[in-house]
Design a protein around this ligand. Sequence first.
Ligand SMILES: *Cc1c(COP(=O)(O)O)cnc(C)c1O
Length: 434
Amino acid sequence: MTERKTLKKDENGILEIGGIKVTDLAAQYKTPLYVYDRAHIEDICKSFSETVEKYYGLGKVFYASKAFSCKEIYRIIGGLRLGADVVSVGEMRTALSVGFPAENLCFHGNNKSYVDLEFAVNSGVGYIVIDALSEIDDIDVICKNTGRNQKVLLRVNPGIEAHTHHYVQTARPDSKFGFNIATGDAEKAIEKLLTKKNLNFCGLHCHIGSQIFEKKSFVIAADRMTDLYKRVKDKYGVSFDVLNLGGGFGIRYTEQDPAFSLSDYTDYVRTICVELEKNVTEKGIKKPYLMLEPGRSIVGEAGVTLYTVGRIKEISGIKNYLSVDGGMFDNPRFALYQAKYEVLAATRLNEKPVKTYTIAGKCCESGDLIAEDVSLPEMREGDILAVLSTGAYNYSMASNYNRNLVPPVVMVKDSRSYYCVKPQSFEDLVRNDL
Ligand SMILES: *Cc1c(COP(=O)(O)O)cnc(C)c1O
């Protein structure tokens, strides 16, 4: 078993999360079950914020809440004075419903409707990140009508495409997100924004990808963005107050990924802070308020999904299927992009692996798998499996496919556990059926 801060095993080879045995969690809450280690989330949030404070001194971390959105996560994040990114009215309302300060919300999306924007402006959200030319006109009209002066950023595409261990300096300009700097589209959008007096045009935003390990990608992004800040200053005499460099920090999914300590995580943030400070000084631009938007790195490794082993099918000489009581309805990431996970025989951690299994979900789709070629001890029906690093983009992507119920979410801390999302019921499933 990989060393992970959230996980321990007891003397009988049973996995513990946040000090609670998985057998106890499964008995109390049933499976499938999403479990989050609250201390892990809090530790990362605090150290990200402290790192920005220490190495840059002017800025805020906005948790990208699409990674895992529910009332409790906005309470936790808000309690630690982080901001949050929201990408829909649904996320925005969830945050606002638990008293999350509107001014600490940042609203994203490539297709925010007039109604969405009106809701955001009227709610007093801190920032709207513009990603379409006509959106500029819409917000301008909304501001005129409401007498509000909305802070906005413009999303640009700095031409860096970063994925996991690689980055490409000249990304293809065909992303659906942002205005391309290289094609001149970004500057046209900037010019248009500068004519709008009802908007408080604070600066630019970029988000260069996800699951990025290569810190160089962020260094290049900071360089490209400050180049553009200097150009805007020289050409239009405008100094932006804010720079949003997005999120995308990589986490550990499998043993092939680097093992992360808290200080490795904060290294991403420190690198960005140090580079930005250097660029600002060298280029003689106004020091902008720095916004960062990590999602996966805050909640990803904090989450574990527990399943109960069901039918085991051994196709002689070909493959061993081990089916679990969940699947693509609670974790669609394998089906979507063959995402890889570490899977543990959570009640047999003292036994040696003897067999290779493909972990299958219970949905009627051949592609409904959780992981392939997993070495495990001899497994039996009723055993508990733990899939690690499922805290990000699992619950938030869950569905009722095949009319399965979305599993509940349980938070653990200091050997205590509590529901933060209760189980769905059959009544929930048919609530809107006529
Ligand atoms: C998804 C997203 C993020 C968060 O990305 P992670 O890989 O989860 O850190 C941040 N900013 C924007 C604009 C995003 O779309």
